[in-house]
Design a binder for this molecule. Structure first.
Ligand SMILES: Nc1ncnc2c1ncn2[C@@H]1O[C@H](COP(=O)(O)OP(=O)(O)OP(=O)(O)O)[C@@H](O)[C@H]1O
Ligand SMILES: [Mg+2]
Length: 322
């Protein structure tokens, strides 16, 4: 359904994405996961025909995005990072206007339908300019859904939404994902895990890993860390911990606590609990600390450094927090 080959984009001399290759099948929901500046928006803008690549090709539904851009526009819905909206129109007017641009039949009925889908039906007569950020985001989503596109390209669909709306929008994406092909970008790993069948992780303009959500989850579970806190000097306990099979690295956190990494797939906590008590210490805390996205990226990029495909030019970019 979406086939991306050797896609590269340079802004002046800065290479934002470098030789991307991936495909997405009909009915798949794929997460495009990466830190700030990774190249997600750049890729999605190219896919949606917003700007041309420097080199490489994209086919959507069998149509080349450059040669057949009109056909592509018909079958994709795009939620851009910043949704262009007309503040002086009512929601209904705005969607009606977009529907006319798209030459949708029975436009008014369809506008009502999409407003309902994103739970904005009671705002229909209100002004776009008076919407909250999250509502604006949902209106953007409504606009993307208007023409019942086969493919949805959603650039950070849940950014700026409150927790209740996040759940709603995720459910909505899962729902439309049953009939549509969806590519959505996010910084949030759990979001990708909840919504997507498959994840592409992009960093510094390159895809560093691509896997099903289930596999990725297993890999990340393997990277689990555990925090141990005892009454007493942790220093005295380190030799005991070192002898426990399945414990890899030990990182003392304070006088009485240590964090350790475990072998993938192994739960060492029962053994740790026994050993601590046998060694005469009181066990105060023993809990998994999940790795942050940052750490996961660090780990994945470190894994990849040795791989030959990363030897090419990589854009050096200090990722900025929003
Ligand atoms: N119009 C532009 N002109 C020049 N450089 C740009 C432009 N747009 C993006 N870039 C650069 O391209 C790189 C990728 O940016 P992009 O917006 O695609 O990242 P992103 O993954 O969407 O990040 P974020 O999570 O912050 O939205 C960055 O180094 C960025 O500074
Ligand atoms: Mg972006």
């Amino acid at each position: 359904m979406i086939r991306v080959s050797n896609l590269t984009k340079e802004y002046g001399s800065r290479r934002a994405i470098s030789d991307l290759n991936f495909s997405i099948n009909r009915g798949e929901i794929v997460g495009f996961l990466g830190p700030n500046g990774a190249g997600k928006t750049t890729t999605m803008r190219i896919l949606s025909g917003y700007m041309p690549p420097t080199s490489g090709t994209v086919e959507i539904g069998g149509h080349d995005i450059l040669e057949d851009s009109l056909a592509v526009r018909k079958i994709i819905g795009y939620l851009p990072e910043t949704v262009p909206l007309y503040p002086d129109m009512t929601l209904f007017e705005y969607l009606q206007f977009m529907a006319k641009l798209r030459k949708i039949k029975n436009a008014d009925d369809r506008v009502d339908e999409v407003l309902e889908m994103v739970h904005l039906e009671d705002r229909s007569e209100g002004l776009v300019g008076n919407l909250s950020k999250g509502m604006r985001q949902r209106l953007g989503l409504a606009q993307a859904l208007l023409h019942r596109p086969e493919v949805l390209i959603l650039d950070e669909p849940t950014i700026g939404l409150d927790p209740v709306q996040i759940i709603e929008v995720r459910n909505l994406i899962r729902e439309v994902g049953r009939e549509h092909t969806v590519l959505l970008s996010t910084h949030i790993l759990p979001e990708a895990q909840q919504v997507c069948n498959r994840v592409l992780i992009i960093n510094k303009g390159k895809i560093i890993t691509e896997d099903t959500t289930d596999n990725l989850q297993a890999r990340l579970a393997g990277a689990q860390r555990v925090l141990l806190k005892v009454r007493g000097e942790i220093e005295d306990l380190l030799p005991v911990l070192r002898d426990i099979p399945g414990i890899m690295a030990l990182h003392p956190q304070s006088d009485d606590s240590v964090e350790f990494e475990t072998t993938p797939g192994q739960d060492v906590r029962p053994q740790v609990a026994r050993s601590v008590v046998q060694a005469g210490f009181d066990l105060l805390e023993l809990k998994p600390t999940s790795m942050s996205l940052e750490e996961i990226f660090l780990q994945l990029t470190r894994e990849e450094v040795a791989a030959p495909e990363l030897d090419g030019a990589v854009v050096e970019e200090a990722s900025e927090e929003r």
